[in-house]
Design a protein around this ligand. Structure first.
Ligand SMILES: [Cu+2]
Length: 386
């Protein structure tokens, strides 16, 4: 099974440098013409489709690259994230005793749905709504006026830490280098009816984030990325206060998150090709670059970069859909569970093919259909990417 296939990464593991590559240009690798053309066509088609559900040129929210918003906007985003981290969790504590704050509410439902909304038919739709809900929480509960920016990995693929995402007024850089805890290591996935282990690559860090606003940032849920399933805290719902950790895996960025691959993904002529390139390269490698908490299959929203990472995943899907909104908005492929594997916790969820009429669970009783999470300018959302 090529599940989170680490073969390529294993092969290139020897190249993992312990030092941080930090040369290169701060504006990054220029966007190739081919990508620009695909992006422009998407933007033009979205603008031409406006008018439904009160979504107009005036009301549409614009999401931009973290590297293209100004310092004040970046600071306000960080402020709003910390504001949610200072508000008490609202999730039922019997479901997630470890949930402390409003960010944990999101991490909780992500844990709860992990084996249904990854490598499955609902992946893109579920995460589109999830990211939108975070944007709404930042705005409605913490006075944030902007949108969730995206992490434009391709622009910095060869020098990932040159992106402002990782500067010390944004999300900070790698975790402390731990000689004995940066991998490679095996993890076992809980909740599946089969025993499945995957290999995590050796990274360049492994310990607590050391700089920026999220140094000493406390998280509580998880981890689930462990060699063995812990029977007392199988999914990481119990309280486990600790620092936020990272373990940058440079080859995930330099070898995979290139403009060439971005063009291959958004330029795919069919949805199945688009989806698998997106999942197996872009999505997996993005998480793998972050490592540790941001790589944890269940609790990755613990790293606040998660939302920028998924804004980018959502953007690539948006650009693909936007080449032909009529034919592509509701395209779907995949099963109802992680790789179609039966779940030990949800025997009522059949691992068969997903359809857009399937009902998803986004927490707090919100149960939209897959098709409800597919449009960008109606059905509860109004936004586009620039
Ligand atoms: Cu996810």
């Amino acid at each position: 099974m090529r599940l989170y296939s680490m073969v390529a990464t294993m092969a290139s593991m020897a190249q993992v440098a312990l030092s941080t590559p930090c040369v290169g240009n701060s504006s990054g690798i220029p966007k190739p013409l081919e990508f620009k053309e695909l992006e422009s066509r998407y933007q033009a088609n979205i603008r031409a489709s406006l008018g439904l559900d009160g979504c107009t040129e005036k009301t549409i929210r614009i999401r931009k690259s973290w590297d293209d918003i100004d310092a004040a906007a970046r600071a306000d985003y960080v402020r709003a994230v910390k504001c949610l981290a200072a508000k008490p969790a609202t999730v039922d504590k019997t479901l997630a005793p470890g949930a402390v704050n409003r960010l944990d509410d999101f991490t909780y439902i992500h844990i709860n749905q992990t084996n249904i909304v990854h490598i499955s038919g609902s992946f893109l739709s579920w995460h589109r709504i999830f990211v939108w809900q975070m944007e709404e929480a930042l705005r409605n509960e913490c006075g944030y006026k902007g949108t969730i920016p995206y992490w434009d990995q391709a622009r910095f693929s060869q020098y990932p830490t040159n992106s402002k995402v990782f500067d010390n007024s944004s999300f900070g850089g790698d975790g402390e280098y731990l000689p004995n805890d940066h991998g490679p290591y095996n993890i076992t996935i809980p909740g599946l009816a089969v025993n499945m282990s995957i290999v995590r690559p050796a990274g360049a860090g492994g310990g607590c984030v050391q700089d920026g606003p999220f140094a000493n940032f406390q998280i509580s849920l998880g981890p689930t990325d462990r060699p063995f399933i812990d029977p007392t805290n199988k999914f990481g719902y119990e309280p486990n206060p600790r620092c936020l950790k990272r373990n940058f895996d440079y080859p995930s960025s330099t070898d995979f998150m290139t403009w060439e691959n971005a063009i291959k993904i958004v330029g795919a002529s069919d949805f199945v090709t688009f989806y698998w390139n997106m999942e197996n390269t872009w999505h997996v490698k993005s998480h793998q670059f972050l490592g540790k908490d941001g790589l944890d299959l269940f609790t990755s929203p613990n790293d606040p970069i998660f939302y920028l990472l998924h804004s980018q995943i959502d953007r690539l899907w948006a650009i693909w859909q936007g080449q032909n909104l009529e034919e592509r908005t509701f395209a779907i492929t995949g099963n109802r569970t992680f790789f179609g594997i039966p779940l030990d916790t949800a025997p009522n969820v059949p691992p068969s093919n997903a359809t857009i009429e399937d009902i998803m669970d986004l927490g707090h009783g919100y149960r939209p259909k897959i098709k409800d999470g597919m449009p960008m300018t109606y059905s509860g959302r109004c936004y586009m990417y620039e």
